[in-house]
Write a protein that binds this ligand. Structure first.
Ligand code: DP6
Length: 335
């Protein structure tokens, strides 16, 4: 058996957000969330386990990573080693396919790809659903990147049933225009931000309640292929999440002036009869959910305020998969 595998995972954007944990060790969320997997942004990861390795090592985009980053990876791989009952150390090499100016590097695709590669390399044979519970313990949003299209992360009742569920392959006229507002390091990480919000924001309980309704409503909109309703629920849910942060102590916000410029542009387009809806995560970038057939028109309007390299059009992406021999040959792996 070869102890090596190569896997691709795409990132995802939540339409109904995950914001807050009820268990910080097992990454159990306060509410179920729902996302769209993105075609354009992904991570390719190789992992090899070997008895001769004295320790784990981790390379990102060709560069050997330091102790802090490697420790995170080691801790994650321990879950798989435990499952396999092996002590073999590993070398991990990841390449992030995120346009350089975007600043959209994502833990979702990173941990989903690593989960998929570790599963294959160790011959664990985990199905996608249990595999998503492993990905979850690297980063909550990685749970959803196991599948393509629209994906629900069911909050579940315990570690074993808090997993991803594919909802729809999103093979209809849906797309996203990402406005990469800036790539500065975040002042408040999503992990710290959600913890502060849960602990201090008086708006938080209302957020959890309303997210429960939003997830039911958005699933109904997806089942009906009702794009307008899908967009309205998405935009409202994201705004509510950002509202909880303004109520935290101390308050914080990820918005930048340019985030508002992008939001206003989308609102203007809507008034002109082009349905498009915004959502934002733990950063200033704005994601505009739209009909794929209108993405180019939306990009043209955004070009009045943003340069070409800041705008990325993407269609829905697929779930994790093994790289083909041709895809593997593109890279200079350290083997
Ligand atoms: C705002 O998945 O990055 O993007 O579980 O602590 O690693 P950890 O957090 P992470 O948080 C994502 C928060 C969000 C909303 C979402 O993706 O659902």
């Amino acid at each position: 058996m070869s102890n090596q595998a190569y896997v691709r995972a795409h990132t995802n954007i939540a339409l109904i957000k995950y914001w807050g944990k009820r268990d910080e060790i097992d990454f159990l969320p306060m509410n179920s969330s729902l996302s769209m997997t993105l075609d354009k942004l992904y991570t390719d990861t190789m992992v090899v386990f070997d008895d001769s390795f004295a320790q784990d090592s981790f390379y990102l985009n060709g560069e050997k990573q330091g102790e802090k980053e490697t420790k995170k990876i080691s801790k994650f791989l321990d879950l798989f080693r435990e499952e396999k009952k092996t002590a073999m150390r590993a070398r991990v090499e990841s390449i992030n396919h995120v346009p350089t100016a975007a600043g959209l590097a994502s833990s979702a695709s990173a941990f989903a790809a690593l989960a998929g590669a570790a599963n294959l390399a160790l011959g664990l044979d985990l199905d996608p659903q249990p595999l998503s519970t492993f990905a979850r313990r690297g980063s909550g949003s990685a749970t959803r990147s196991i599948y393509g299209g629209f994906v629900e992360w069911d909050m579940g009742t315990c570690s074993d049933d808090s997993f991803a569920v594919p909802v729809d392959d999103a093979s209809w006229d849906i797309g996203m225009v990402i406005v990469a507002v800036n790539q500065k390091a975040k002042e408040v990480s999503s992990r710290i931000g959600m913890k502060r919000t849960v602990e201090t924001s008086p708006f938080y309980p209302a957020w959890v309640e309303s997210a429960k309704k939003d997830i039911q409503d958005i699933k109904a909109a997806i089942a009906a292929k009702d794009f307008i309703r899908l967009g309205e629920i998405t935009e409202a849910n994201g705004m509510k999440m950002h509202g909880t942060m303004l109520g935290a102590e101390p308050p914080f916000s990820y918005w930048e002036p340019d985030s508002i410029v992008a939001i206003k542009t989308a609102q203007t387009l809507r008034k002109q009869g082009i349905p498009c809806y915004v959502t934002m995560d733990a950063g200033p970038n704005v994601k505009v959910l739209c009909r794929l057939s209108q993405a180019e028109t939306i990009k043209q309007a955004l070009l009045e305020h943003f340069t070409e390299d800041k705008l990325i059009i993407t269609k829905p992406g697929k779930g994790i998969r093994e790289l083909t021999a041709a895809e593997r040959a593109v890279y200079n792996w350290n083997d």
